[in-house]
Design a protein around this ligand. Sequence first.
Ligand code: DAK
Length: 260
Amino acid sequence: MEYKNLLIEIADSVATLTINRPQVLNALNSEVLTELECAIYALGNDTAVKVVVLTGAGEKAFVAGADIKEMVGLNSFQCHSHALKGQRAVMAMEKMSKPLIAAVNGYALGGGLELALGCDFIYASEKARLGFPEVTLGVIPGFGGTQNLARLIGPNRARELVITGKMITAQKACEWGIVNEVFPAEELMAKAKETAAAIAGAGTLGVAYAKDAIVNGLNMTKGDGFRYEASLLGVLFATEDQKEGMGAFVEKRKASFKGK
Ligand code: DAK
């Protein structure tokens, strides 16, 4: 598929997926959301890709939210279908077996922060500002943000961020556990790609099952989660990746994983 609003570069098993509407700070209109959902499925099925880095074009923004100019005239039914479209894109990211790293290079607001929260973890530039300004527009987050944020950092800080609509710095977001690490702006992409390369070199199935255990285990009781983890681990012992990974350690050589 040809994308009008996305750029995709694939090198050394790492795909860099860039939302490319810098003239409106990469705001998410309906076309971007459709393309994003397609791109996530396509990258999920592309054997040349093991990890995805998601970022925004330009110097100023990761994504400054849903496209307010498009949303302003929506009626209730259109709004509902718009919310479902955004939620499908975020859920596709969570369901993808390959990890996604959000490289937040500037504003990550509203729907933009929701996209970043759909990734497995977030690296941010010192210049980044994060927040949920929806209440200042008379609405609430609609792409899963209230749910994902509260699960990530607990209801107390989630309520503060969503109810005040304020923006916080990357550093504060890091202290709160939203962002994993903050880098100088010029180093952000290199650091994200360095981490992506390390993940790409690890056991493909182990990485996929690790994500699966955490994402799906969160919806289980602790006992069920433990059992689920043990089952996944058991399955991994039937794979070539496990034999290669442990064999390489014993033989003091670098492992070469095939994802089977
Ligand atoms: N939508 C559309 N255009 C946007 C935009 C956005 N979210 N953010 C920025 N732009 C556009 C600006 O209008 C401007 O366009 P022109 O005026 O040049 O044509 C251009 O990008 C550059 O922006 P600024 O000139 O404003 O740049 P500044 O550096 O002065 O300010 C800013 C940067 C990020 C502080 C400011 O642009 C800003 O406040 N932007 C809006 C942030 C925001 O409120 N984001 C939306 C959050 S609400 C739902 C589903 C999802 C959602 C809600 C409901 N359902 C389906 C129900 C989620 C909603 C949100 O994401």
